[in-house]
Write a protein that binds this ligand. Structure first.
Ligand SMILES: Cc1cc2nc3c(=O)[nH]c(=O)nc-3n(C[C@H](O)[C@H](O)[C@H](O)COP(=O)(O)OP(=O)(O)OC[C@H]3O[C@@H](n4cnc5c(N)ncnc54)[C@H](O)[C@@H]3O)c2cc1C
Length: 627
């Protein structure tokens, strides 16, 4: 019996948040790309929280957009509510967060895939990798079909050998009852890939009509919405927004959970997978924070096309009847109707230290991976990896240099470095505290940091790049002007300062000095700065931040220079660590296993001490590895 046999440049396994970015990147770079999914209904599907962005995740979305990815544009078109978080704090932690219309988000992404040249979207389960002489050459389908390729990208998310659990109910499906993928894990193991099992969970969905919102605090979006994408015209996306609601669990909720803890598959030890510390189930919260009398819950709309509400903060795997009991204790949910049960999901994924920072497998040439499959958690974390894996798979096929973003360039660089260098034992979620250079890695300057790379790769158009260069020129010129303009101690100035509770001037002062005053900023000083040119909002924002935080920024730039010294010290691929005699045994073993690409990366491997790094540096300087 004949089987279907086709050839593509790139095969992408998965059409989730990672797979969509990977497929779009490859197709937009002109490569014939096929994106597989076990179910067309899982394209850009949001199986959990209906929001994009939030602390540090908003940074990832801006960086994806700056590199030429799709997530930012997609959420700007499909948001229900949007809010800039942490505005009372410094710009380094300002983060955009938008409630997504899950239905529209998936449809909009699917339309983008459909309208992209060179991209084929195909329902079908990949069961085997075809590898010849250590290089990927194709994949085999459940149907028996064979797809040949020059590179492949694994973005299988939470579907590999997935099973969903609540109480003693176990369903061998992917999220939301979608088909799981049960064969590829074995093929990966057969090709020497180390697998592990992770888990995550989701709360019940509640029928909006059964909720008493009068017992909750409405949470509104920003008056004027700031877009995620640098290409979105802010005026084009202003619209009426949908509120979320704040409520709380209480002691009664906690008592029910404590009384039935042994019926939770997590606490009954049925669940094998490791869960995310920073997205705990309500059971975990009640056990780990037993002193807390209540836990915050946000009631969020899922879509304008459904009446389902998402209860953020109450994910669980308790038996169905216990779910009803515990949700009914929450103010506003006393008579709620559950439309979908809460559940936990287990799935197979890899230990990401089998990958280079390019997200290519060290032992399988041309095979890349991204997303939850790499041990991360979250739509944004998945999408940024999919984009980088897609770019590098394309670079591999085009015979061009692959890209690595380091920790000083992007949150994406921090995320990938942490995944491939550290021994992560739970799903990895991004946080601002993980980024040591976060004052420079702000969400507001992602384009200035990364769009040049996006342009070099070919995902940012010349037109968009020209606009960026113009923006850079305007920022630089205006910063110089503000540093040279003198503001006299005249009456209008004194009146202005008094009106803003700012100390009056004894004598003239540079405008920049006034910008640095905590109670003032560049934008508001326009009233006493008559020679100021008309400048776009985003340019004004950059001028304000760069002048206000100049000292801190300069200090961080110095720190980065030191970091770069070790990061740019590359380690030759063929180095024999057994030959570096004075290395400690543990360090030798770790370095042989991880094969870091730079001294910087080597220095971040646990078990490799600064003394080991000195030994390695001397060994490299003496060129002993050349013999
Ligand atoms: C129940 C649940 C709760 C979650 N809770 C949280 C949370 O609280 N916090 C958080 O940050 N994240 C959470 N997540 C995780 C995360 O947000 C998502 O899983 C995210 O969708 C990951 O994106 P991805 O692209 O890596 O994979 P997914 O979105 O899972 O997409 C995987 C894609 O791969 C396809 N696929 C898989 N195997 C094959 C195969 N062999 N052949 C062909 N196609 C295949 C699937 O059809 C799908 O299209 C949760 C996920 C789930 C399922």
């Amino acid at each position: 019996m004949s089987v279907v046999e086709e050839t593509f440049d790139v095969v992408v396994i998965g059409a989730g948040h990672a797979g969509c970015e990977a497929g779009l990147a490859c197709a937009r770079l002109g490569l014939e790309t096929i994106v597989f999914t076990v179910s067309m209904d899982s394209v850009a599907f949001m199986p959990c929280n209906p929001h994009i962005g939030g602390s540090s995740k908003g940074h990832l979305v801006r960086e994806i957009d700056a590199l030429g990815g799709q997530m930012g544009i997609n959420i700007d078109k499909t948001y229900l509510q949007s809010k800039m978080l942490n505005t009372s704090k410094g710009p380094a932690v300002h983060s955009l967060r938008a409630q997504a219309d899950k239905v529209m988000y998936a449809l909009e992404m699917r339309r983008t895939l459909a309208e992209t040249d060179h991209l084929t979207l195909r329902q079908g389960e990949v069961t085997d990798l075809i590898i010849e002489d250590g290089r990927i050459t194709g994949v085999k389908m459940f149907s028996g079909a064979i797809y040949h390729c020059k590179a492949a990208i694994l973005c299988t998310g939470t579907y590999l050998k997935a099973r969903c659990l609540y109480g003693n109910v176990i369903e061998h499906t992917g999220p939301n009852g979608l088909k799981s993928a049960n064969y590829l894990t074995q093929s990966l193991i057969d090709h020497g890939v180390e697998m592990q099992r992770y888990k995550t969970g989701t709360p019940a969905r509640i029928d909006r009509k059964s909720i008493d919102f009068s017992k909750m605090e409405p949470q509104y979006g920003d008056q004027r919405v700031v877009p995620f994408s640098f290409t979105t015209d802010p005026d084009s996306i202003q619209k009426e927004q949908v509120p979320c609601y704040l409520t709380y669990t209480n002691e009664e909720t906690h008592d029910i959970i404590r009384a039935h803890l042994d019926e939770s598959p997590i606490y009954a030890g049925i669940i094998e997978g490791t869960g995310p510390r920073y997205c705990p189930s309500i059971e975990d919260k009640v056990v780990k924070f037993s002193d807390k009398q209540r836990h915050q819950l946000f009631v969020e709309p899922e879509s304008a096309f459904s009446d389902e509400m998402y209860i953020s903060g109450m994910s669980s795997s308790m038996p169905e009847a216990v779910q009803y009991e515990m949700y009914h204790t929450v103010p506003g949910l006393e008579n709620c109707k559950i439309t979908r049960n809460a559940y936990a999901i287990e799935y197979d994924c890899i230990k990401a230290n089998q990958l280079y920072p390019t997200l290519e497998f060290k032992n399988i040439h041309g095979l890349f991976s991204g997303g939850q499959f790499n041990g991360s958690s979250g739509y944004e974390e998945a999408a940024c990896q999919g984009l980088i894996a897609g770019i590098n798979a394309a670079m591999e096929v085009l015979g061009r240099e692959q890209i690595v973003l380091d920790r000083s360039q992007a949150y994406i660089g921090v995320l990938i470095d942490d995944l491939v260098t550290k021994e992560n034992r739970e799903p990895y979620r991004m946080m601002t505290s993980r980024a040591e250079y976060r004052l420079l890695l702000r969400q507001d300057n992602a384009d200035l940091r990364l769009s040049k790379i996006g342009h070099e790769v070919g995902l940012i158009s010349d037109e968009r790049y020209e606009k960026l260069l113009e923006k850079e020129r305007m920022i630089e010129e205006e910063i110089q002007r503000v540093k040279t303009v003198n503001i006299g101690a005249n009456e209008p100035v004194q009146k202005f300062l008094e009106a803003h509770n700012s100390i009056p001037l004894k004598k003239g002062m540079k405008l920049a000095e006034l910008v640095r005053r905590p109670e003032l900023n560049y934008q508001m000083l326009a009233d006493i700065d008559p020679t100021r040119p008309e400048l776009p909002e985003d340019v004004q924002e950059q001028v304000d931040i760069n002048i206000k935080y100049e000292g801190y920024i300069e200090r961080q730039i110095k720190q980065i220079a030191d970091f770069k010294k070790l990061e740019d010290k590359k380690i030759p691929e063929g180095i024999d660590y057994d030959d570096v005699s004075s290395l400690r045994l543990e360090a030798q073993q770790k370095l042989k296993a991880l094969r870091p690409i730079s001294i910087g990366q080597a220095s971040r491997i646990s078990g490799v001490s600064p003394a080991d790094i000195s030994v390695l540096l001397v060994y490299l300087e003496q060129g002993k590895y050349l013999k």
